[in-house]
Each structure stands twice: as structure tokens, then as C-alpha cells.
Design a protein around this ligand. Structure first.
Ligand SMILES: Cc1cc2nc3c(=O)[nH]c(=O)nc-3n(C[C@H](O)[C@H](O)[C@H](O)COP(=O)(O)OP(=O)(O)OC[C@H]3O[C@@H](n4cnc5c(N)ncnc54)[C@H](O)[C@@H]3O)c2cc1C
Length: 386
């Protein structure tokens, strides 16, 4: 029987941080210790800032430690769609920025990232034509994209992408942060952010600024973002190690709705079918459901032709935005919000984290504007967006 709601990434080697008890004063309070929050902590420490980090559960207890482990360049949208939506200059600049960020992610946790590329596999003729449009747009802009035609499908191959263990990455970042002087607390759910006073179940943080780095459920803590960020449940499962198939690179299918990779030990980790789960997948609940799990298992058995037993089933929350671009804004004086990566936050989340620190501390807005456009402003938005 699979362990209940435990990701395949967890090797059980982690010792959790204690919860916050009592009152503490610091420079910046970072809420959420996923890949984004921990990148924020890293950037703050690099500037000599005093940092307290809080997590409701534990390091990477949310999507950051429970995702597909894909490191993909670009935005939520395929490149040609991003060009259409955001303009060619911005789409290209974001693509280049994500390529750089992927190298930083690899350097931060040596041995974790495998730059094995990725593949987009077309599910039907429409998607095949869309792959051709994507390839034309990417090649015109000098981005690595080749036609892929093999026994496991037809579509595109992207040689610059990669795969990693997302939980291991966050644990390395957290350990580095503590060594660098950050005070990190687990099991400390934030119940309220009152100006720059942060209340947890058993403590209070007094600080100069707050950076909320929660992707899924962001709008629960900052209700001014309701309507701008919407939380969905995404589900995955993993099989026991198998040699039944060989998946050399992360694969995504049906416009990215389904995604799978084979881990170094041979296990298959696969996610998807959120859209087939119906409206009930727009939820704050993050436990796996029979409906979606059965669809995933059926895909493993019939499409991938893998009979290995299922060892893990899990789910997590992810925040979605209408534009597919993240929310990066000062929603209240001294309170910055980050999230809404629309299911692709491993790289963009880290980029957003670096960008918000540059904006909040250095008053350097260039990195945010690469992501969100030249009109972006650091002014308080009260959730309306810049
Ligand atoms: C199943 C699944 C598969 C995915 N696959 C991929 C993929 O392959 N590639 C990719 O790029 N992206 C993927 N994503 C999206 C990606 O995982 C997320 O966008 C990214 O990890 C978000 O990281 P984060 O650090 O911003 O937020 P999160 O990981 O959501 O971290 C937020 C943290 O905040 C904590 N928290 C929440 N509320 C509070 C509170 N009130 N007080 C204190 N702490 C709080 C949580 O415990 C959590 O640890 C996937 C997501 C899911 C769910």
C-alpha cells in the first residue's frame, strides 16, 4: 500500500525545525519555506539582512517538495503562445532568464539536477500542428527546440531543460540558509499579517517587511488576492523502480496536462488529469482523490505500458493566474506577495523570489519588469495588481 500522501521525493532523512514560540524581531519575515521562499531567504542573507522564515508545516511541505521535478525554461505558456500574449521581447527575455535560473538551481544543490532535456508529445493532430508553430517561433529566436519522432511519441525536444528532486533541492537551500544565519521555523502557520507584524499559532514576528512566498493558498492568507490567484489541487503517483520502459527525459503530453519522468532508480513519477477531475479540483484541499488517481494509474498501465506496483500517491496545491504570469506585488505597505505560477513554479518561482528582493531591498525593479512588463510599479496595489 502506498504511504498516504507522501511524495516519491522524500527519503525520510530530514529533521524538521522547531515551531516559533513567543515574540521575535527581525528585518524581513519570509512566509513559506518552499523553493521560492528559500530563494528569497538566500537573496536577503546575501545582502546582510536579518531573516526569519516561517512555514505552516515544514520545508517544502507544499508544492515545492511535491511536484513533478521538471525544470522547464520559459513561462507557463508554450513559447509561441507567450510571444502572442506578452510580446516577443518579453517572452524571449523571460526564456533567457529562466535558462540562467536553472543553472543557479543546479549550482545550489550539486548533483541534484540532470540536464537531460524535455519532450512535448502531441496528443492529436491539432497539438502536432501546434508543436510545429512552437518550433518555428523558438528556432526563429535562436532557442533550442528540435522535432522529436520516436516510438514513445511525436512532438518536440528541448535540450536545455532538466529534471531534479525538488524536495532535496529545498532541503539543501534550507540547510544553507540556517548556516547563513537565517532563523527558520516549521509547524508555525501564519494566522494573520497585521501591517508588518506576523502572527503565528504560538508566536509573533515584528519586522520591517514581510514577503509572503506561498504559491497555492496565497489568497487564503492575503484575501485581497481573491479573484487574482486561484488555488487548484494537482495530483501525482509513482511506481516502483522498473525496466519495463526507458524514459530518458521528462515528458509532457496533451498540452502539458500529463507529465512524467523516470527517476534515476527507475521509478516512474507521473502527474496530470486535473482538468478531468472537474471543478472540485479548484480546492484548498491537498489530498489525493480516487477519480484522478484512477486516471493516472490507467494511463500508466495502458499508455506507458508499465505494470510495476504503485508505491506513492500524493497531491499538493498550486496557484493559478489568468495571465499565467506570477503575482509579484506589494499588496500592503511593507507586505509583498509572490505566487500564482500556474503549475510551473520551480524556475519562475525562484526568479520571482530574486526579483522581489531586488525590488523591496535595492529598489531595483529591472528583474520584476522582465517578468511582468515595464509598466510594473512597486506601489502598494491592495491586490489590484500593478
Ligand atoms: C503535483 C504538482 C506538480 C508540479 N510539477 C511541476 C513541475 O514539474 N515543474 C514546475 O516548475 N512546477 C511544477 N509544479 C508547480 C510548482 O511545484 C510550484 O509552483 C512551486 O513549487 C511553488 O513553490 P513555492 O515555494 O512558491 O510555494 P509552495 O511550494 O506552495 O510553498 C509554500 C509553503 O508555504 C507554506 N504555507 C502555506 N500557508 C502558510 C501559512 N499560512 N503560514 C505559513 N506557511 C504557509 C506551505 O506549508 C508551503 O511549504 C507542480 C505543482 C504540483 C502541485
Amino acid at each position: 500500500m502506498p504511504v498516504a500522501n507522501q511524495p516519491v521525493w522524500d527519503d525520510g532523512s530530514w529533521t524538521t525545525f522547531p515551531p516559533l514560540h513567543g515574540s521575535i524581531t527581525t528585518g524581513t519575515c519570509v512566509i513559506g519555506l518552499g523553493g521560492t521562499g528559500l530563494t528569497v531567504v538566500e537573496e536577503l542573507l546575501a545582502r546582510g539582512e536579518a531573516v526569519v522564515g516561517l512555514d505552516a508545516a515544514d520545508v517544502a511541505a507544499g508544492a515545492a517538495g511535491r511536484n513533478g521535478g521538471f525544470l522547464l525554461a520559459g513561462t507557463y505558456d508554450f513559447y509561441h503562445d507567450a510571444v502572442r500574449k506578452h510580446g516577443r521581447d518579453r517572452a524571449l527575455a523571460i526564456y533567457h532568464a529562466t535558462l540562467v535560473e536553472m543553472q543557479r538551481i543546479a549550482e545550489a544543490a550539486p548533483g541534484n539536477v540532470r540536464f537531460v532535456g524535455s519532450r512535448r508529445i502531441a496528443a492529436d493532430d491539432w497539438e502536432l500542428a501546434d508543436c510545429q508553430a512552437q518550433m518555428a517561433a523558438m528556432q526563429a529566436d535562436g532557442l533550442a527546440c528540435e522535432w522529436y519522432d520516436a516510438a514513445d511519441g511525436v512532438g518536440l525536444s528541448f535540450t536545455t531543460d532538466g529534471a531534479f528532486n525538488p524536495l532535496a533541492r529545498c532541503r539543501v537551500l534550507a540547510a544553507n540558509a540556517v548556516r547563513g544565519g537565517a532563523q527558520l521555523f516549521s509547524r508555525s502557520p501564519v494566522t494573520a499579517v497585521q501591517d508588518t507584524r506576523v502572527e503565528t499559532a504560538q508566536g509573533t514576528v515584528h519586522c520591517n517587511r514581510v514577503i509572503v512566498a506561498i504559491d497555492g493558498r496565497l489568497e487564503m492568507l492575503l484575501p485581497e488576492l481573491i479573484g487574482r490567484v486561484r488555488t487548484a489541487r494537482l495530483q501525482m503517483l509513482a511506481t516502483a523502480p522498473t525496466t519495463e520502459i526507458n524514459v530518458p527525459a521528462p515528458m509532457y503530453y496533451r498540452d502539458g496536462h500529463e507529465y512524467w519522468q523516470q527517476l534515476p532508480d527507475g521509478s516512474i513519477a507521473i502527474g496530470g488529469f486535473r482538468d478531468h477531475g472537474g471543478p472540485s479540483e479548484w480546492t484548498y484541499d491537498a489530498t489525493p482523490t480516487d477519480t484522478v488517481q484512477e486516471m493516472l494509474e490507467s494511463f500508466v498501465r495502458t499508455r506507458l505500458q508499465v505494470a510495476a506496483p504503485i508505491t506513492h500517491r500524493w497531491a499538493a496545491s498550486a496557484g493559478y493566474t489568468e495571465s499565467g504570469l506570477p503575482v509579484i506585488e506589494q499588496v500592503r505597505e511593507g507586505v509583498w506577495a509572490l505566487g500564482g505560477y500556474s503549475g510551473t513554479g520551480n524556475v519562475i518561482g525562484a526568479l520571482s523570489g530574486r526579483a522581489v528582493v531586488a525590488a523591496a531591498i535595492d529598489r531595483d525593479y529591472a528583474a520584476v519588469r522582465v517578468l511582468l512588463g515595464q509598466q510594473w510599479s512597486p506601489d502598494v496595489t491592495q491586490g489590484r495588481g500593478a
